[in-house]
Design a protein around this ligand. Structure first.
Ligand SMILES: Cc1cc2nc3c(=O)[nH]c(=O)nc-3n(C[C@H](O)[C@H](O)[C@H](O)COP(=O)(O)OP(=O)(O)OC[C@H]3O[C@@H](n4cnc5c(N)ncnc54)[C@H](O)[C@@H]3O)c2cc1C
Length: 411
């Protein structure tokens, strides 16, 4: 293997950003004035997960009040607060506008680019970074360090070394590994003594032992306008029945606590309200109406709007539906689904776990001097809704600024 050390000379100090997703590109933007910035990525092109997120509209941030917004980060809230206060959802919108991308707030307060895709924003961003002097090196897979501290990259032309004065890692989590983030960095950083919490699926689907009937007839069917409840949190929305279980936005919103419950107890009981717009008393009154000659299926469709996949879910909980209106109401509004495992991290929207936030400085420097980290590779999780990208951009910004201060201190 060719191991030619490479040093790129320049008046400014050298900075390496490893990982060209949203966190890494934001770090590059912060550093470009004061350093000669080189962005390295394992893939043939940058930000593939960001582009994929654009396929579903690119929910780039969320318009709710900041006090609620920050609560979506759970236990990591206080650790992320400074970075998020310095780059708020409004700042995300202003930043996108600076790249010529107008955004709008949807009915659920989710914020999207008008074009509902990521490619125009990414194109404008990469061009602006190029004009600022940032150099991009794709097909450069980072493999660790040499004994004397040079970064080692595997490239189609063999091994290349690079020795920067500061490095920002923005290597992502471990979901959708074919887009570049495969979590392979955990071992490299653990060997350096950096504390890594296990990467786990977040915003993920779960496994359910469906009957053959449900699986073959209803896999792929959306279950609309339901409420899901777990651990005292109730989420109104939709989910999808899959061949292996359930997935979709309402499930994702509860996925952290469901995953942790399964890890502790081997299973989690997810409650489903199939008629969330009817309260219990109203539903009982409706179910007390005379059924006449209607079949049970027709009766449920007419009085409670339960049909198709919803009716199948009701029967999945037990073949015989109770005739007693109160018992039937309970089945409809308190259906229990036994979740047995989260789906693999490779299928998840994002990952939890990663570099322990307690071990990062407020400047996002790790315990290794001059080595910074940002984005999804840090140990925080949040629901879908634009929270993930906002935190990746905000921590990328904080790590870039932190690396800039480090360079100024150590020059
Ligand atoms: C289907 C889908 C839809 C999504 N939709 C949304 C959404 O609408 N809104 C939202 O907020 N979030 C969404 N997300 C999540 C969001 O895309 C991620 O949280 C975000 O991209 C993470 O940014 P990052 O920069 O930390 O990491 P990444 O975007 O994963 O980028 C990391 C980069 O590091 C590179 N890399 C990894 N290892 C190495 C290595 N060893 N050497 C060199 N390079 C390496 C990778 O190739 C990659 O380019 C979605 C995710 C998925 C999968």
């Amino acid at each position: 293997m060719n191991a030619s050390p490479e040093k790129i000379d320049g008046a400014k100090p050298l900075a390496a950003i490893i990982g060209g997703g949203p966190a890494g590109l934001m770090a590059a933007e912060m550093l470009s004035e004061q350093a000669e910035v080189h962005v390295f990525d394992a893939m043939p092109s940058l930000a593939r997960k960001f582009l994929l997120a654009g396929k579903s509209g690119l929910n780039i941030t969320h318009g709710e009040e900041f006090a609620s917004f920050i609560n979506r980060f759970g236990d990591a809230r206080e650790k992320l607060r400074t970075a998020l206060e310095a780059f708020t959802p409004q700042d995300v919108r202003d930043w996108a506008a600076g790249l010529g991308i107008e955004t709008f707030e949807g009915s659920s307060h989710r914020i999207f680019p008008r074009q509902m895709k990521a490619s125009p924003l990414l194109r404008a961003w990469i061009q602006r970074l190029g004009r600022a002097g940032v150099t991009f090196h794709t097909k450069h897979k980072w493999r660790g360090w040499t004994d004397d501290g040079a970064l080692v990259f595997e490239t189609p032309d063999g091994e290349r070394l690079f020795t920067p004065a500061a490095t920002v890692l923005a290597l992502g989590g471990a979901s959708w590994p074919r887009l570049g983030s495969d979590g392979g960095w955990t071992r490299l950083l653990a060997e350096k003594g950096i504390r890594i919490n296990e990467l786990k699926p977040a915003n993920c689907g779960f496994e359910v032992s469906w009957s053959e009937h449900l699986k073959t007839r209803f896999a792929g069917h959306p279950v609309k306008s339901v409420a899901l409840e777990f651990g005292g949190t109730r989420i109104k929305g939709d989910f999808v029945v899959t061949e292996t279980g359930v997935e979709g936005s309402a499930v994702y919103a509860l996925s952290g606590p469901l995953r942790d419950e399964i890890a502790s107890n081997g299973k989690a009981l997810l409650k489903i309200d199939l008629a969330p717009d009817r309260d219990e008393a109203r539903l009982v009154r409706e179910l007390e109406r005379p059924q006449g000659k209607s079949s049970m299926a027709n009766f449920l469709r007419k009085v409670a709007g339960i049909e198709g996949v919803k009716a199948a879910l009701l029967r999945e909980a037990g073949p015989d539906l109770p005739w007693d209106p109160t018992q039937l109401m309970k089945r409809i509004k308190h259906l229990e689904l036994v979740l047995t495992a989260p789906r693999p991290i490779a299928e998840a929207i994002s990952s939890a776990g990663g570099i322990a936030l307690d071990d990062l400085g407020t400047d996002y420097m790790t315990s290794v001097p001059g080595l910074f980290a940002a984005g999804e590779m840090l140990d925080w999780e949040a629901p879908t809704g634009g929270y993930l990208l906002t935190a990746c951009l905000a921590t990328g910004r904080a790590a870039g600024l932190g690396a800039g201060e480090f360079l100024a201190r150590t020059r």
